[in-house]
Design a protein. Structure first.
Length: 246
């Protein structure tokens, strides 16, 4: 009975989330030379694309900082800032003739990837506390011993306006209000091909590296029917907008 009440409460929260679009002034990367804008979406190969952006922008990373931890702790921000290319989306709106692109990911797979990365008993001491990523600690509800189903049910009950960006709806990055803001949406599932389309469009030649590659099970093996449905309700706008299915 208690579990049913909790599930009903979660469903009510999901319906409230779906009822209103949420917009955030997230940071974007502006390529003035190529007149384009990249809209990063967490858990969609951001580290790899950021590395490629550095090559395209000819940002020189000190050798001591060129390592995966650079991206895990967002230390790349100050390096890009030297080129004045990171800015809030609200400022980037001024570049009306710039071509904008983003990459999205299957919502069920993205949520599993978030769990695999943020709940880890072997997490390093700098970014984890007792097996939980420090970015999750303020919520006070995540534990290193929780199963994926527990994590997923907890995460989807947190509305976009307070959710961590790693599981926030992807449309909140790529849209302005209820309308798609970017001109091109690439897919994580075909990222190498789609990234080459981006390179062709902006007139550059760049190889996409594979950084911080997640290592988790096939997502379909990790969902019960009930959990699959719950996640579908939570990310209905993403699923409809970007054409995903379980």
């Amino acid at each position: 009975m208690v579990e049913r009440k909790i599930l009903n409460r979660i469903r009510q929260l999901v319906r409230r989330i779906q009822a209103r679009p949420v917009e955030f002034d997230n940071d974007v990367i502006v390529f003035h030379k190529h007149k384009c804008i990249y809209v990063p979406i967490p858990k969609v190969a951001c580290s790899s694309i950021m590395s490629a952006c550095a090559d395209i922008l000819e940002v020189k990373f000190p050798e001591s900082e060129w390592k995966p931890e650079l991206f895990q702790t967002n230390k790349w921000d100050h390096l890009f800032d030297r080129q004045s290319v990171i800015m809030p989306k609200s400022r980037a709106l001024a570049y009306t003739d710039y071509w904008k692109f983003a990459f999205v990911r299957n919502p069920w797979d993205r949520l599993l990837s978030c769990y695999s990365e943020k709940i880890r008993e072997d997490g390093d001491k700098e970014n984890f506390t007792a097996g939980v990523s420090n970015i999750l600690l303020p919520f006070g509800v995540f534990r290193s011993t929780m199963s994926f189903e527990e994590f997923a049910r907890t995460a989807v009950a947190i509305a976009d306006d307070i959710a961590d960006p790693h599981w926030r709806s992807q449309n909140t990055f790529a849209c302005r209000g209820s309308r798609l803001w970017v001109d091109f949406v690439g897919r994580f599932e075909s990222i190498e091909r789609d990234f080459q389309l981006v390179c062709q469009r902006i007139g550059t030649d760049c190889v996409l590296p594979h950084l911080l590659r997640s290592d988790h099970k096939i997502y379909r093996e990790c969902y019960s029917d009930a959990l699959c449905d719950l996640v579908a309700r939570r990310y209905r706008r993403d699923i409809d907008m970007f054409g995903y299915q379980f």
